[in-house]
Ligand binder design. Structure first.
Ligand code: CMC
Length: 389
């Protein structure tokens, strides 16, 4: 069968070619379809970036308008899918609720099962973009015992999501333009990141010709892991623990460096970025602006800044090229917007969705795609005979 290369964690293995996202980890560069992340964060919108990632180029005004309108028209969930939320325990984490509901979409849209039906792929794209934020908001509402509102199609995707998450049936919901803008920017920063763990999962599942809903559902489950998207929730839990226990950031750093109980500085380090994470740079500025205006938890921000300052000057972190990543400051911003910790990774999922869709579509059209099937080095028992009994 030929020689097998041993590469645990796929540190050096390119499993695909891709024209979507470019990363230079040494230089701290991130581009979607050639456009620098800094320019997109400043001038574009999440909807436009989604179009760019999925279809390859920036939309014209008319194309963006049509994309927006199509998404608005597909926000409603099947009423039977809504009853699905009642089956979960009240304190369920919204991430597995989200992945289950996304998986269940293929039971409602059975024509979507053929990944080579281009019309259906297009419909699944719009349905996912429209419905995933609604499912996410419902998972949150369910966990706090509040009514599930119907989407309001006079609002765009981000506005609708905020209203469904925080609005009440008896009161008009006032959008805060600062929150809308900040959330939009954070979603842009999360929209794609080439072959990360969840995206590779989406591609691997899709390589078996599984449909888009099944593949994205698998990606959501991968993102839930605390070493991946779950890190934003883990950062806030870490900051709270430091605050509650009255530990000095310096003492916490000692624990991290001594690898006591496997403690890591959550929100630090990245497989690819070894200089800085360009997304973290943009988010840090947003964190100061938002927390200044919305009145976030100053003490937690203070602890985060102290940890960052200490880490950047510490030999342990310098030697290992560990810098704050995208997740280090996002939790503090989400918290200031009013989201509970359990929703943080869900927000990451909403942001990453257009990336997963774009990568799945690229994979399914790529003539080089083969079913993903890594090899192994067997280290188990030699042949042995079942004992005569
Ligand atoms: N705190 C303390 N030490 C760390 C950290 C950290 N956050 N990250 C890496 N190290 C150490 C690690 O112990 C190892 O040290 P040694 O050489 O002494 O064994 C060295 O740095 C290399 O780490 P690694 O685990 O081999 O690196 P990796 O590329 O496999 O892991 C990572 C990358 C992101 C999983 C890791 O840095 C980590 O666990 N960070 C904390 C979790 C986190 O913030 N994840 C979010 C990643 S960015 C967004 C996303 O993907 O969702």
């Amino acid at each position: 069968t030929g020689a097998v290369t041993f590469d645990p964690g796929f540190m050096n293995t390119a499993a695909t070619t891709s024209a979507i996202t470019f990363i230079d980890g040494d230089e701290g560069i991130l581009r979607y379809r050639g456009y620098p992340i800094e320019q997109l964060a400043q001038h574009s919108s999440f909807l436009e970036v989604s179009y760019l990632l999925i279809y390859g180029n920036l939309p014209t005004g008319a194309e963006l308008e049509a994309f927006d309108q199509k998404i608005r028209r597909h926000t409603l969930l099947h009423e039977e899918l809504k009853s699905f939320f009642a089956g979960f325990p009240r304190d369920a984490h919204p991430m597995p609720v989200l992945s289950s509901a996304v998986s269940a979409l293929s039971t409602f849209y059975q024509d979507s099962l053929d990944p080579f039906n281009e019309e259906q792929v297009e419909l699944s794209t719009i349905r996912l973009m429209a419905k995933l934020p609604v499912i996410a908001a419902y998972a949150h509402k369910k966990s706090i015992g509040q009514a599930l509102l119907y989407p309001d199609n006079s609002m765009n995707l981000v506005e609708n999501f905020l209203r469904l998450s925080f609005g009440l049936p008896a009161e008009p919901y006032e959008l805060d333009p600062l929150v809308v803008k900040a959330l939009d920017t954070l979603l842009i920063l999360h929209a794609d990141h080439e072959q990360n763990c969840s995206t590779s999962t989406v591609r691997l599942v899709g390589s078996a010709n599984a449909n888009m809903f099944a593949s994205v559902s698998a990606g959501i489950n991968a993102l839930f892991g605390p070493l991946h998207g779950g890190a934003n929730e883990a950062v806030l839990n870490m900051l709270r623990r430091i605050q509650a226990d009255g530990i000095k950031p310096e003492d916490f750093m000692e624990k991290v460096k001594n690898k006591e109980d496997g403690v890591r500085l959550m929100g630090f380090g990245h497989r690819v970025y070894k200089n800085y994470d360009p997304r973290a740079k943009i988010i840090k500025a947003t964190a100061h602006e938002i927390l200044g205006k919305l009145g976030g938890n100053d003490e937690l921000l203070e602890i985060a800044m102290r940890l960052e300052e200490k880490a950047l000057a510490d030999e342990y972190f310098i030697q290992r090229k560990l810098y704050p990543n995208v997740d280090f400051y996002t939790g503090l911003i989400y918290k200031a917007m009013g989201f509970p910790e359990k929703m943080f990774t869900v927000l990451f999922a909403i942001g990453r969705l257009p990336g997963w869709i774009a990568q799945w579509r690229e994979m399914i059209k790529d003539p080089q795609t083969k079913i993903g099937r890594p090899r192994q080095l067997y280290v188990g028992e030699e042949k042995r005979d079942y004992p005569a009994r």
